[in-house]
Design a protein around this ligand. Structure first.
Ligand code: IDP
Ligand code: MG
Length: 151
């Protein structure tokens, strides 16, 4: 089992699409094990996007991400990191496949609704940043109908 860190970015919050985004992941069969809404502090965003610190868009990315509240989700499941990345779609909404979140809801490469961890290492680092008190551990009954135990 893996846990991944998902963010509904300020554009998703402002456009009233928080529920629609959460629904995609829930309906897929990923288990919600953390959920919070916050105005992300600058230092948190700097750490979260540290790999992009040398990119020309780093400043505008931090501005965008601190322009309003975000929703942080921790989602657990088999291969949750890559499963969530597939649901999210390519970075640029105009090019993302229809059926993905970015492909269905966005037209932009920067205002692209959602963040999802891209590796086990980054998921662990990002979960530590956004859910410093840890995530929840509970049994979700419906999961017995999501995973076939014989597979
Ligand atoms: P990803 O979110 O699909 O993994 P990355 O290339 O890791 O995309 O970039 C991180 C975030 O930085 C993107 O989700 C997007 O919000 C922003 N971003 C990426 N490329 C550009 C750009 O060329 N201009 C402005 N913002 C960008
Ligand atoms: Mg990335």
């Amino acid at each position: 089992m893996e846990t991944t860190l998902i963010l509904v970015k300020p554009d998703g919050v402002q456009r009233g699409l928080i529920g629609s985004v959460i629904n995609r992941f829930e309906a897929k069969g990923l288990q919600l094990v953390g959920l919070k809404m916050l105005n992300a502090p600058r230092e948190l965003l700097e750490k979260h996007y540290a790999v992009h610190s040398e990119r020309p868009f780093f400043g505008s990315l931090l501005e965008f991400m601190s322009s309003g509240p975000v929703v942080a989700l921790a989602l657990k499941g088999e291969g949750a990191i890559s499963v969530a990345r597939k649901l999210i779609g390519a970075t640029n909404g105009a090019e993302a496949e229809a059926g993905t979140i970015r492909g269905d809801y966005g037209m932009s490469k920067s205002f692209n609704m959602v963040h999802g961890s891209d590796s086990a290492e980054n998921a662990e680092m990002e979960l530590g940043l956004w859910f410093e008190d840890g995530t929840l551990d509970y049994e979700l009954n419906g999961l017995r109908w999501v995973y076939d135990p014989s597979e």
